[in-house]
Design a protein around this ligand. Sequence first.
Ligand code: NAD
Length: 325
Amino acid sequence: MNILITGAAGFIGSHLTRTVLGPGKPLGADVRVTVLDALTYAGDRANLAAVEDEPGFSFVHGDITDAALVDRLVAGHDAVVHLAAESHVDRSIAHADAFVRTNVLGTQTLLEAALRHGTGPFVHVSTDEVYGSVPTGSSKETDPLAPNSPYAASKAASDLLALSYHRTHGLDVRVTRCSNNYGPHQYPEKIIPLFVTRLLAGGTVPLYGDGENVRDWLHVDDHCQGLLAVLTGGREGETYNIGGGSELTNKELTGLLLEACGAGWERVEHVTDRKGHDRRYSVDWTKIRDELGYRPRHDFAGGLADTVAWYKAHRPAPGAELPGT
Ligand code: NAD
């Protein structure tokens, strides 16, 4: 199988690529992976160092909105796993244009090329944020989309475009919607790597509003196992929620991160809440469990301890600039 993975110099895509080409080769010994990544601030080729020398690996530095490049690349592949995106909500609040360009136009560019060359499955990797805030219960795949941030709106637009290419043209598209991921190699702007790197460097951490916003935390490895299940066994035109981690308020998560880094609550700065901050996300993941046998394997306490240990071993050199919020 020849797979094109977009955005794989980033957090989740690099984990997926290391999994596919790593020991055990879950998709078979003859699998080949081409990574297409623009190496934005969030992409780092070092995230792929472990597989750079694998015979099945190749890296293309390029943009998913570059139609000629995308057309040429998609042509030689049997499947696409599409992760490239602008992914940070705070950045989308400040500057939404890049989110529309990459997440909407970039996805459409890839879909068009896949359609032209009959390339599928096309796994479109999306997020639980497209459902909007859910005060109680858990979002099902059939629930209406109600995104609130420009990030979530751009992802919802790309989900609908992807599904439209199935319904209109019959392209083998499969959409996944996952909860918040954590693990090593995440750019330190999202809450877990931001807080850990700041605490380890002796700094303070910013906690939004009352800290009662709830997120479901899933280890990146469990997300990737879910993606592989959808790639190999999912049904065309279907959407699969991927969740089942641990629901925590940001305040509870902060307490765990302080403890893991040996710091106290005096290191927490209470800052004005994020604009339009969704109160709670939660996905119902019974569909992927019942159809594809997916189950998360990492318990949160162990996964978080491993993640903190990874940041301790890879922390920026003393004096390096602290990441911004
Ligand atoms: P990330 O920000 O770590 O990585 C994104 C990657 O995409 C980077 O390597 C970047 O260089 C690349 N990229 C950005 N714009 C590009 C462009 N125009 N052309 C080519 N490459 C480009 O993101 P992530 O956290 O790994 O998320 C990957 C995907 O998973 C995204 O689609 C995101 O919406 C989705 N997702 C993320 C989470 C999470 O908790 N991180 C949860 C659910 C879904």
